[in-house]
Design a protein around this ligand. Structure first.
Ligand SMILES: [Zn+2]
Length: 358
């Protein structure tokens, strides 16, 4: 009895807030961890502003499973109590104890979004992980029993507590954020979902081989994608190969690998691409671990004026033509552009040769 998951995060258990971080893979893993204790419980009351999903339709459904894939959180709801599959909780038990520390440290955290200019590229809602399901939004009556949750820039999950306004808006009003969906459970606790897009799907369809935090992450597939003739900073955000990788991880791993964001992957030799993938995996794992230990992952160039070596960092919105432009920080000295003469550089194009003249 004592290890029933419903005991955690219900009743008087401390609530948790991760409102202050951009939800990349590690944050969504943490949300998953917060939701997991509610698996096996029945929804008894609902609320929320979602127009797309009718929050009332969740009433009396049972939360039977939760999974995380890349930046997406999946919750399985069934009309019956029977447990269809065991809860998917990849996190080791001891980590569950550290939530209170993170809670305590929350007030000191600096919002990663607040210093961005309102019109900046990063102020756009994240839409870099594929098309949205636009199917019929049925409650969990038919085959579509998985609720897919994709978090926006300020997306978050709160447990047994609502998010409160941290400052007044432009008109001077202190308005608390409005949750999209609130689920009160039979155990007495509740979950509140903020700034996210939700839709029903038949299964969590994301392959773990592209999930940077999965043990099944396919390194060869990622290296092949990175080696293409396009800037590596575009490929890193491609959720087909680096599911869970967001803008913070992108900036940090490129700095650590000493690679200019606009370097075409095809001009980087295999050891440099290998090192870049190593940094992706190491940084993401360290970030996730820090989340459970209540420590904040330190950034070296993301939203910085200077790199750790004291050089001036530059910032620019970069993205594929016609695609989402993301604010990118890099150090021109630690991450120099590849020169055309550098060994390993591709042969210049015929146009380039023609320009050289006789
Ligand atoms: Zn530098």
């Amino acid at each position: 009895m004592s290890d029933l998951p419903r005991k955690e995060g219900t009743g008087d258990a401390p609530s948790s807030c991760f409102h202050c971080e951009m939800p990349e893979g590690p944050s969504v893993r943490k949300f998953h961890h917060l939701v997991s204790p509610f698996v096996g419980q029945q929804v008894v009351r609902t609320g929320g502003s979602s127009q797309k999903l009718n929050p009332a339709s969740f009433e009396s459904l049972w939360l039977q499973d939760t999974q995380v894939h890349g930046k997406k959180l999946f919750l399985r709801f069934d009309p019956d109590e029977q447990i269809v599959s065991p809860g998917n909780n990849p996190l080791p038990e001891p980590l569950q104890k550290s939530e209170q520390k993170e809670e305590a440290g929350h007030q000191q955290k600096v919002s990663e979004q607040s210093s961005l200019s309102p019109g900046g590229a990063d102020a756009l809602p994240s839409r870099d992980d594929g098309p949205q399901h636009l199917g019929e939004d049925t409650p969990a009556g038919g085959a579509e029993r998985w609720l897919q949750v994709r978090f926006g820039l300020f997306g978050s999950v709160w447990v047994n507590e609502f998010s409160r306004a941290k400052k007044a808006n432009k008109r001077g009003d202190w308005r608390d954020p409005i949750p999209r969906l609130v689920l009160h459970f039979g155990g007495g606790g509740f979950l509140a979902f903020y700034n996210c897009q939700m839709s029903w799907s038949s299964s969590p369809v994301v392959s773990p081989t592209s999930d940077i935090l999965s043990e099944e992450f396919h390194r060869g597939q990622a290296l092949e994608a990175l080696g293409r003739d396009q800037p590596v900073c575009y490929t890193l955000l491609d959720q087909r190969y680096f599911s869970g990788l967001g803008n913070i991880i992108k900036n940090e791993v490129l700095y650590r690998a000493g690679i200019h964001p606009l370097s075409p992957g095809s001009r980087l030799d295999p050891p440099r691409l290998e090192a870049l993938v190593d940094h992706v995996l190491a940084f993401s794992a360290a970030w996730l671990q820090g989340k459970f230990q209540g420590t904040q992952q330190h950034t070296q160039v993301y939203q910085k004026q200077q790199c750790p070596a004291g050089h001036q960092v530059v910032k620019e919105a970069l993205g594929p033509p016609g695609g989402l432009q993301r604010l990118t920080w890099w150090c021109p000295q630690c991450q120099p552009r590849l020169s055309p003469d550098e060994p390993g550089a591709q042969a210049p194009s015929s146009q380039g040769l023609a320009l050289k003249g006789p």
